[in-house]
Design a binder for this molecule. Structure first.
Ligand code: ASP
Length: 307
């Protein structure tokens, strides 16, 4: 049987354990299951990895429980600025957007940048003009707001006033997939860090930092403190270690998270799939929303270390 596989994350964070009610966890779990289902159905029908990761991310963008699309984090001015990227490991084509305020599903815009423009990365109003020209659904900025994100912004501002951390991260979404034809793809979408400075861009839309895919090697999507993932060129580093140093996917992911990201004083999570369909879902934060489904029968959703 030809192998195919999909892994997803809904972000990681230290706040997850403190914040989540049983009902919220159940709803998040249900939405992770729906995201897996959406992507897996495409792979099972012989569809492409790039379409599967996009479909899975759209479901999580539409859920209020993750920090992407509806339910995205608020910046210091109480505005949502969204980032996303997608990469096709078959061609090394990629698309990314940053600082968009009105695009309902930023991952769809990243995909259009990849498919319908000669560019890789569009930002702000230029990205939104392109979205308009491409006929994407635009929404008022308030569409992304939820009471929980307002509470998180208030808490982050209190922490800042008390001399603690200014920003907090939790809930970015991502997906990686291997299709029946051996193609790998990765996608990541986020509202970034709560209370981030206006104009701040994290790792999620940066190819090589938050997202990377290369056929024959692996596909990677990251979550966590974006500044550290940018400085560590985290997603690309995982691929490079598998391709050129002969590390297993698990070794490569663990090295980046525990050594490179850890050495920068940061924490986070990485999901990755290699060319044989092995999936690794690893994190150094307290928990990471995650799920994995493959053609060999693996089908799981989890938050903390013990599912
Ligand atoms: N990596 C994201 C960022 O820094 C945040 C997250 O993963 O929650 O924008």
């Amino acid at each position: 049987m030809t192998k195919f596989a999909l892994a997803i994350h809904g972000g990681c964070g230290v706040m997850a354990k403190l914040d989540l009610t049983e009902q919220e966890w159940q709803e998040a779990r249900r939405d992770l299951g729906r995201a897996l289902e959406a992507g897996y159905a495409i792979l099972a029908a012989g569809g492409k990895a790039i379409d599967a990761v996009q479909a899975a991310v759209v479901v999580m963008e539409d859920s209020p429980h993750f920090n992407a699309g509806h339910g995205a984090a608020l910046n210091e001015n109480g505005i949502h600025e969204l980032d996303a990227s997608i990469m096709d490991g078959r061609s090394l084509r990629a698309g990314a957007v940053a600082g968009v305020r009105h695009v309902k599903n930023p991952i769809e815009l990243a995909r259009l940048v990849m498919d319908k423009s000669p560019h890789v990365f569009l930002i702000g109003s230029g990205a939104e003009e392109f979205a308009l020209a491409q006929g994407l659904t635009l929404v008022p900025n308030e569409y992304f707001r939820t009471p929980e994100r307002e509470r998180q912004l208030e808490r982050a501002k209190q922490s800042e006033r008390a001399g603690g951390a200014k920003t907090s991260a939790t809930g970015t979404v991502g997906a990686v997939a291997l299709d029946r034809d051996g193609n790998l793809a990765a996608a990541t979408s986020t509202g970034g860090m709560t209370n981030k400075r206006h104009g701040r861009v994290g790792d999620s839309p940066i190819i090589g930092a938050g997202t990377y895919a290369r056929n024959g090697v692996c596909a990677v999507s990251a979550t966590g403190h974006g500044e550290a993932f940018i400085r560590a060129v985290a997603a690309y580093h995982v691929c490079l270690s598998v391709e050129q140093r002969g590390l297993t996917l698990e070794q490569a992911v663990r090295e980046v998270l525990h050594e490179r990201i850890g050495a920068l004083g940061a924490r986070g999570g990485i999901i990755a799939i290699d060319a044989r369909g092995n999936a690794v879902l690893e994190f150094t934060a307290e928990g990471m929303f995650r799920g994995c489904r493959d053609s060999r029968g693996r089908n799981e959703v989890a938050l903390f270390r013990d599912p």
